[in-house]
Design a protein around this ligand. Structure first.
Ligand SMILES: [Zn+2]
Length: 224
């Protein structure tokens, strides 16, 4: 992968499963195998979000920064951006949204998933922890993935809160490729990309880029 691919500025490594959903071409086989195995257990796996470009991540970031998209804390409460400094806004956004250029969704190895057949007809998918936890409607999915996803090379990089990204029980990663891609992305490269972008909070981000890189990019589950 070259730096443009690693940072979502080129999608030539992506296989498009439909108009909206792309994944890295080399994970498709593993994803399909896992879907077949899950189906045997009555779990219809679906991807809510796969590949995301730099531009798309930048749009999410900037809309959150100016208060156009809502930002929640780990308890699911709205964060009041009128009260916050730029640094506080950045930390609040980074809890659930990656810095553009540093999203694992740029790689196509990482996918947000749910079980279509477990979502009640009158509900829309929220991608919030309660849906996946005990008594949530995706609890059987979480149990199955915890037991079997590693058989297919997948794991949860955000399995628990580590003073960086919040726990994301929907975010799966194809580890053999993703760990290699992570090691190819340096803090210096990220700095250059942010400097050349139209991101809100640029000065504060650049002043804290090493901290962001260490707390939110590399600070993940290292196990499989
Ligand atoms: Zn995700």
């Amino acid at each position: 992968m070259n730096i443009k691919q690693l940072t979502g500025q080129n999608d030539s490594h992506i296989l498009w499963l439909n108009e909206h959903c792309g994944i890295h071409k080399d994970i498709e086989h593993h994803w399909q195998k896992m879907c077949s195995a899950a189906l045997q257990e009555n779990l219809v796996l679906k991807i809510a979000s796969g590949y995301r470009s730099f531009e798309r991540q930048l749009s999410i970031w900037n809309r959150k920064f100016i208060g156009e998209l809502l930002v929640k804390n780990q308890q699911g409460q709205l964060v009041d951006f009128n009260m916050n400094s730029d640094q506080e806004k950045i930390d609040a956004i980074l809890l659930f949204s990656a810095l553009p250029g540093a999203s694992r969704h740029h790689w196509g190895t990482d996918i947000d998933i749910y079980a279509e057949n477990l979502l009640p007809n009158n509900k829309t998918l929220q991608l919030e922890p309660w849906e996946y936890q005990q008594d949530g409607y995706f609890e059987p999915l979480s149990q199955w993935l915890n037991e079997h996803s590693s058989d297919f090379g997948f794991y949860f990089p955000y399995d628990k809160y580590r003073q960086g990204v919040a726990a994301e029980p929907w975010h799966l990663s194809y580890k053999p490729l993703a760990s290699s891609f992570l090691s190819q992305l340096s803090c210096e490269q990220l700095t250059t990309i942010i400097l050349n972008s139209d991101i809100h909070g640029k000065i504060e981000i650049i002043n804290n880029i090493e901290n962001i890189y260490n707390c939110y990019v590399t600070n993940i589950n290292k196990e499989i």
